[in-house]
Design a protein around this ligand. Structure first.
Ligand code: SOE
Length: 372
């Protein structure tokens, strides 16, 4: 693991997700760029001190020289520290599982794309919300034509934890997410807008061809957006909208997706993830549940416990790790990747970066339409 030392938050999530299905073991890490902290975090997690490194480059070199060196690395650093370790490990043939968004800048994204293309190793991007069973079901329903021709795609990701200037009060998490040097081009856009963007594309099976964005920074002193309203146009004629905000008081992690076709609509909410609403035109709205009647094989494939026992955030995250393990094994044996393995990859990461760049460009031109 790179990053994820004490005081972090997503590192712990990756560690739980990686271990849930018994496919990964934490054996080495460069858990902080502060060598003292890296050592202390390594000790707290029970790492062999010889494999608790002070930098990712030391780790890559030393692990490559070991017969039992790491096979995969999880990168859980702030955005500006994704590209360099990812490129280094890909060059060493180590599979990379990286947190989102892909990178801080487009130039870094392009360099990473070149490294991934040249490497025999896999690149997995943890847009973790694609791992929910009812999201897999929603995707399958759209693909099967259950909704008919898609007319509207509505994605919303709203939070409230940046509603005031928490970054000025020493919140580490807020500090880097509101700093363009560490977060990159987008604020809320990069941190959560890219999740909504990815989820909308994953379920609808379509990417917009153009967007128009209105970005705001409500909290004084903040230079990156903390709110974005984005209109979307699809080549098929479908229309969409994406709203992401980190100043929506009372909203903790409200990621919602609604898709409407000419036969039916669906609706899903991350805070009630085991349920998917299905509304055929002219018929009563149906509440489909994971594990209940109406659950699809696509949902069952990524479910772990019987219906009625809530599964959530960690399990969905773990699904991406489990699928990474399946793909890595297939790579090792030369067999085909099993059907239904759908983890987000470099293409999703590049698409997210294009989304951020286009939204920023549109906002700078008074919300003009920008082609993607
Ligand atoms: C904070 O806004 C955050 O932790 C994001 O960085 C994550 O990507 C999202 O899953 C939850 O919110």
């Amino acid at each position: 693991m790179i990053g994820g030392g004490q005081g972090g938050n997503i590192g712990a999530v990756h560690r739980m997700a990686a271990r849930l299905d018994g496919q990964f073991q934490l054996v080495a890490g460069a858990l902080s760029s502060d060598p003292e902290r890296a050592r202390a975090s390594g000790a707290a997690l029970g790492l062999d001190p010889a494999r608790s490194y002070g930098s990712f480059s030391d780790m890559a070199r030393a692990e490559a020289a070991r017969p039992d060196g790491v096979e995969a690395v999880a990168i859980v650093t702030p955005n500006h520290l994704h590209a360099a370790p990812a490129i280094t490990f890909l060059e060493h043939g180590v599979h990379v599982i990286c947190d989102k968004p892909l990178t801080a800048t487009m130039a870094e994204a392009e360099a990473l794309a070149r490294a991934a293309e040249a490497s025999p190793a896999l690149f997995i991007l943890t847009h973790n919300y694609t791992g929910y069973p009812m999201i897999r079901q929603a995707r399958a329903m759209v693909a099967s034509g259950a909704l008919g021709a898609i007319r509207l795609v509505q994605a919303e990701y709203i939070q409230d934890w940046l509603s005031d200037a928490v970054e000025a009060k020493g919140s580490k998490q807020a500090e880097w997410r509101t700093d363009p040097a560490r977060a990159g081009l987008g604020g809320a856009l990069g941190d959560i807008g890219t999740h909504a963007w990815n989820l909308a594309a994953f379920v609808s099976g379509m990417e917009p061809e153009a967007l128009a964005a209105d970005l705001t920074s409500f909290v004084p002193g903040r230079s990156l957006d903390d709110n974005a309203h984005v209109m979307l146009r699809y080549a098929s004629g479908a229309r969409g909208a994406l709203w992401c905000s980190q100043v929506a008081s009372g909203q903790e992690n409200a990621l919602s997706l609604r898709i409407f076709g000419d036969k039916a609509g669906i609706e899903w909410h991350q805070e009630e993830p085991n349920c998917l609403w299905f509304s055929p035109i002219g018929a009563p709205r149906q509440r489909l549940t994971r594990g209940g009647p109406g659950a699809s094989p696509e949902a069952a494939r990524v479910s772990r416990v019987p219906g009625g026992h809530p599964e959530g955030y960690i399990e969905a995250f773990a699904t991406l790790y489990a699928e990474a393990a399946e793909a890595i094994r297939a790579r090792q044996t030369g067999e085909a990747v099993p059907e239904g393995v759908l983890y987000p990859d470099l293409r999703d990461g590049l698409s997210g970066m294009r989304f951020i760049a286009a939204a920023v460009a549109s906002a700078r031109q008074n919300s003009a339409w920008v082609s993607l």
